[in-house]
Design a protein around this ligand. Structure first.
Ligand SMILES: [Zn+2]
Ligand SMILES: [Zn+2]
Length: 342
């Protein structure tokens, strides 16, 4: 298969996975919503109805029911990347003189990341039960815009504390609910937000570190082979100097696994970096993703906002207590019966 076809399939498969995850794991609109709807409309005319129903059921089970699919996928991708790194890159890098400590850093990051990841998966996010409901009611004041006093969760039949939300996937009410994460198969709430943030950061660092080592290796191979000063004969028989596109094509066809992995890591890193900064912003401003989405959807109704919506905007940082105290609140969440002074 020629280079461009391979590359096209590669990019298309990654973009399809991304679109599916964005569409079904998040709330509200995602950036390419219209394009996604347009494409699914076209596909719906081509695919038989029975197949569509079956795929919808699978997607519903994947994204709206607790399951271990994404945990398994997470480990599979990680095993593939670390397997490739250990099998090919580690040895190559050692041969060309990379220091051993620099090659061990990815394994250290993996160990640290595994700890944060396991905490995200297993730590109670802040489940509200009949026994602890009373205590959680006093933690945050009601802003009377997003959270109102005396509202009952119809499923748990409990009075909702401010900033809490019922997770339809886990079927529980969660204290300081952020979102339900399919990758950790758990809710992200008051008591595991810090682990989630640290997990995102170490995962970004892991992707960046392996990508940098791989780029270093490929650069060394290109420079060592004098590829940049070489020439090739085009279809019309003319000699052409080797350009960047040719080098990428050469590397892709000579080291397909390494280049494939590098592309995946770079793509993953950019995605994770954006997501990490988003969650860092939420932590610094003392907002949850749930509150941010609610504000965003209110912001869409900017035509003739009601007095309630206007007050919504003015209460942008209702729960913020300053950057340092906001971060402290993430690291040491306010537990029941600890009313905070404001
Ligand atoms: Zn509930
Ligand atoms: Zn949940």
């Amino acid at each position: 298969m020629e280079f461009l076809t391979l590359f096209f399939i590669y990019v298309l498969s990654i973009l399809t996975c991304l679109a599916l995850v964005c569409k079904y794991s998040g709330k509200g609109q995602f950036p390419l919503e219209k394009l996604f709807v347009y494409l699914t409309n076209i596909i719906s005319h081509l695919v038989p109805e029975r197949l569509q129903t079956a795929s919808n059921q699978i997607l519903h089970r994947l994204f709206h029911k607790r399951n271990s699919f994404f945990l398994a996928l997470h480990f599979l991708l990680e095993a593939a990347v670390y397997g490739e790194f250990t099998y090919e890159i580690f040895g190559y890098c050692q041969e060309i003189g990379f220091s051993l400590p620099s090659l061990i850093v990815p394994y250290v990051l993996l160990t640290v990341k595994m700890y944060f990841f396991s905490q995200c998966c297993t730590k109670d996010p802040g489940t509200i039960t009949k026994l602890n409901n009373e205590g959680f009611l006093g933690v945050y004041p009601y802003d009377q815009v997003m959270f109102y006093q005396g509202v009952l969760c119809p499923t748990c039949v409990l009075v909702k504390p401010a900033r809490s939300k019922h997770c339809r996937v886990c079927n529980i009410c969660v204290h300081r609910f952020d979102h339900h994460c399919v990758w950790v198969n758990n809710c992200i709430g008051a008591f595991n937000t810090k682990y989630f943030l640290l997990y995102l950061m170490t995962l970004s660092a892991m992707a960046a570190d392996i990508a940098v080592l791989t780029i270093g290796l490929l650069l060394h191979l290109v420079l060592q082979s004098n590829l940049m000063s070489a020439a090739y004969v085009d279809e019309e028989g003319h000699q052409q100097p080797v350009g960047l596109f040719f080098v990428i094509q050469y590397l892709f066809l000579t080291f397909p696994r390494i280049v494939f992995m590098l592309g995946f890591l770079m793509f993953l890193f950019l995605l994770l970096l954006g997501y990490s900064f988003f969650h860092l912003y939420l932590a610094v401003t003392n907002q949850t993703a749930n509150e941010w989405y609610k504000r965003k959807s209110h912001g869409c109704q900017h035509c003739n906002p009601s007095p309630q919506q206007q007050s919504h905007t003015s209460l942008h940082n209702f729960y913020s207590r300053g950057t340092i105290r906001n971060l402290k609140e993430i690291l040491k969440p306010i537990a029941k019966n600890e009313k905070k002074g404001r």
